[in-house]
Design a protein around this ligand. Sequence first.
Ligand SMILES: [Zn+2]
Length: 342
Amino acid sequence: MPLVSLRQVLDEAAKGGYGVGAFNVNNMEQIQAIMEAARETKSPVIIQASRGARSYSQDRFLYHLMLAATELYPEIPTVLHLDHGNSPETCQSAIDMGFTSVMMDGSLLPDGKTPSSFEYNVEATRKVVEAAHAKGVTVEGEIGCLGGIEDGHGSGGSGLEHLTDPDQAVEFVKATGLDALAIAIGTSHGAYKFSSKPTGETLKMERLIEIHKRLPGVHLVMHGSSSVPQDLQDIINKYGGKLKPTWGVPVEEIQLGIKNGVRKINVDTDSRLAITGAIRKVFFEKPEEFDPRSYLKPAREAMKKVVALRMTQFGQAGHASDYQPLSLKTMADTYAAQPVAV
Ligand SMILES: [Zn+2]
């Protein structure tokens, strides 16, 4: 089946009351790991590429790898999503290439680090919504700023400086007509999220619940939601790595989010940790090896394992064949029949 829209996958997730992991990729092995995990758990999948990933992979390579994924795994509804588009132009280039979903992160200016004004965010996001919906492509926006920095994108800080204001969230959704909304509830990008195990207090779950109550029909997105498991940290450090002690977002908090409108959960660090740990282990135990396959195969397997676990924990497992994918043309017609209410 062709790549499907994020909107359909999230609408189905809302009906089924589950969440869908959005896993970042830069190369072939990561795409293979996710597709294998999806097949094993019978999950719909969201694969996402950041601007950094697009430049690393010369994005046409990435796009064609994704087409290969849809050919080889025809039973899996697969979304190709742009993570943190920094401007309408970046989003347009992804739409032109064939991405079925884009994030316009107008919470920051195009430099990817300076918090923007509400007005700028509305204008940039709305512009992308108009262009994307005309092609049946989904749009994720963001209100409030996440902490940390990923691929040079992010406001830095702890993630608590610019939490999403529920009133603004309502106004933002109305003014832009977007499909999915990333909210800031204290999460941040990268491996170093928290210096002790976070609780419902650290993560401002109350705020998430309030936003969901105010916007029950909007798909919420949790960014920076790797759990940074201790066992993956341990493997890296056991084989010569030097990670400092760190905590991620506990899976139970994500599951509480899913009960309250969270439909897309962004995970990148966990995959990175799994890959790096597996490679370090081979390098440490078999220093005589020099065939890249000797370490890339275990790396791919380690990532597949953590991704399959998350798919099960988020509830998407078993839902791959619940529905027939709608074409982007059908999605475009649906949007055209429901013009943005302002
Ligand atoms: Zn993010």
